[in-house]
Structure formats: structure tokens, C-alpha cells
Design a protein. Structure first.
Length: 153
């Protein structure tokens, strides 16, 4: 099964795993990335889900500086290091999907992030996450060239 055709539930589960591991990376440092495969094997039996989670974790960690810069650019009055650990990692995960995954509609990435925030963080996290990600999506759409229309004859 290709990762693009992963059923929705599997992607949701992969996002949960990604959030759990990114939280650990945030608190313990990047050396914990060496334990990623063990973590995924212990937490998830489905191979496709583990594969998608692994990909998201590696890419989000690798591109963390760029992702954090995108978040910081739109997070008015918020320093990324002062955000709640869960919220900033939900934002990192969703920003990765918004910026680097053309196979995930922005609305899906944002809605999944809002649900993760509500489920694992505070009651205010959903609206906070939505506000930041909506700005990132709008910024991206403003800078993405739209295909030129062919003039009608």
C-alpha cells in the first residue's frame, strides 16, 4: 500500500505517534532519534502506519529550523520556545504537512492538528493551533504561483 493511499485512520494514528515522539525529541534532544524504530515497533503493529510516522518524524526533525521559522513568522506575540510543548509539536507536524506534503489537503492537515491539540493539550489549544496554521496556509497560498489561465479565443 502506498503512503499516499493510507486510510485516514492510519494517518491519524501516525500523527499521534509522531506527536508523541516529537514531544520526546523536544524534551530529551535529538539523540533519542536513535530509538525511533524501537518506539514505533512497541507502539504500533501496523507497518504502513509506522512507515508514515517514521517519515513524518524524520522529515520534521530534519527540517525543524525551517518549520520553526515558518511558525515563528506568523505567531504574533509568541516565542516558539515559550509555547506549550504539545502545541509547538502539533504545529511542527502540521506545518510539515502544509509545506511539504502535496498529497494532504491543507484543510485536512489543519483539522487533524486541531483535534490533536484538543485531545492532548488544553481546551484553548484548538483555536490557538487553528490561528497559527491558518496564517501559514494563507501565507503559502499567497506565495504559491497560480497556474496562468489560457486566454479564451
Amino acid at each position: 500500500m502506498s503512503q499516499q493511499n493510507l486510510p485516514i485512520k492510519k494517518r491519524t494514528r501516525a500523527r499521534e505517534l509522531c506527536l508523541q515522539f516529537l514531544y520526546q525529541v523536544d524534551l530529551l534532544g535529538e539523540t533519542i532519534l536513535d530509538d525511533l524504530d524501537d518506539f514505533l515497533r512497541e507502539e504500533e503493529t501496523d507497518r504502513d502506519t509506522r512507515t508514515y510516522a517514521r517519515e513524518m518524524i524524520h522529515f520534521t526533525s530534519k527540517q525543524r529550523a525551517e518549520i520553526d521559522a515558518e511558525i515563528q513568522a506568523v505567531a504574533q506575540n509568541w516565542e516558539i520556545h515559550r509555547m506549550a510543548v504539545i502545541d509547538r509539536n502539533v504545529l511542527r507536524l502540521a506545518t510539515y504537512e502544509l509545506l511539504f506534503r502535496d498529497d494532504i489537503p491543507p484543510k485536512v492537515a489543519i483539522n487533524e492538528a486541531i483535534e490533536l491539540g484538543k485531545r492532548f493539550s488544553t481546551s484553548n489549544s484548538g483555536s490557538f493551533i487553528n490561528g497559527i496554521l491558518d496564517k501559514i496556509k494563507s501565507k503559502r497560498q499567497a506565495t504559491t504561483p497560480t497556474p496562468e489561465k489560457t486566454p479564451e479565443v
